[in-house]
Design a protein around this ligand. Structure first.
Ligand code: ATP
Length: 198
């Protein structure tokens, strides 16, 4: 099975573009969504996170995301420890999911690929980019977040030009219709590459 990574900075439109691929009947695994679900579902993860962050890691049995986010944003060590708890579980969940798919290729949406040198896990990588002012505007609207907060997250991520250099495909999501047609073109290109290989 061909695994295509779909990545991009905050607010670039990864999930929006993932939906395009879903509309072409390509299965999409959104790592962030699955990680969150596992953090709520898995008793082992829950126990370890409470040990790491304290009782406020969960509120009424539900993951207290704002609390965790505030803790890990300023403490890289804590972020690494949390990832060491969550990532292996997501990886095995993804493996099981992958086995069940019957499709020429699948899309795995992941916010961080290059930052953690995980390129080798993917056959191809698509990076979604968009102008910074648009990304800020979109996330401010979606999350009711402050501009300063979003800018500090962007500064923490690998710059788009670095990501582009390492990608097989790039989608520019300033205008949705243009981005959709780029996604469709890439979908056909990937199918062509796969067909040639067979
Ligand atoms: P994050 O990194 O925060 O998970 P993301 O890269 O997955 O974000 P989306 O959630 O797809 O990005 O998009 C961010 C917000 O911008 C959403 O509210 C989405 O509806 C909106 N959006 C995405 N693309 C466009 C576009 N081309 N035009 C207008 N709004 C858009």
């Amino acid at each position: 099975m061909i695994v295509v990574g779909l990545t991009g900075g905050i607010g670039s439109g990864k999930t929006t573009i993932s939906k395009c691929f879903e509309s072409y009947r390509i299965p999409v695994y959104i790592a962030d969504v699955e990680a969150k679900a596992l953090m709520n579902r898995s008793k082992v993860i829950k126990r370890k996170l409470i040990k790491l962050f304290g009782e406020f890691a969960y509120k009424d049995e539900i993951l207290n995301r704002p609390f965790l986010a505030s803790k890990i944003f300023t403490d890289k060590e804590l972020l690494l420890k949390m990832n060491a708890i969550v990532h292996p579980k997501v990886a095995s969940h993804f493996k099981r999911w992958l086995k069940k798919q019957d499709s020429p290729y699948i899309i795995k949406e992941v916010a961080i690929i290059f930052e953690n040198n995980l390129e080798k896990q993917y056959d191809y990588i698509i990076t979604v980019v968009a102008d910074e002012d648009l990304r800020i505007e979109r996330v401010m609207k979606r999350d009711d977040a402050s501009k300063e907060k979003i800018v500090s997250i962007i500064k923490n991520q690998l710059p788009d030009d670095e990501k582009i250099k390492k990608s097989d495909f790039v989608i520019t999501n300033n205008d949705l219709d243009t981005a959709k047609s780029q996604a469709e073109e890439i979908h056909h290109q990937i199918l062509q590459i796969i067909n040639k290989k067979d």
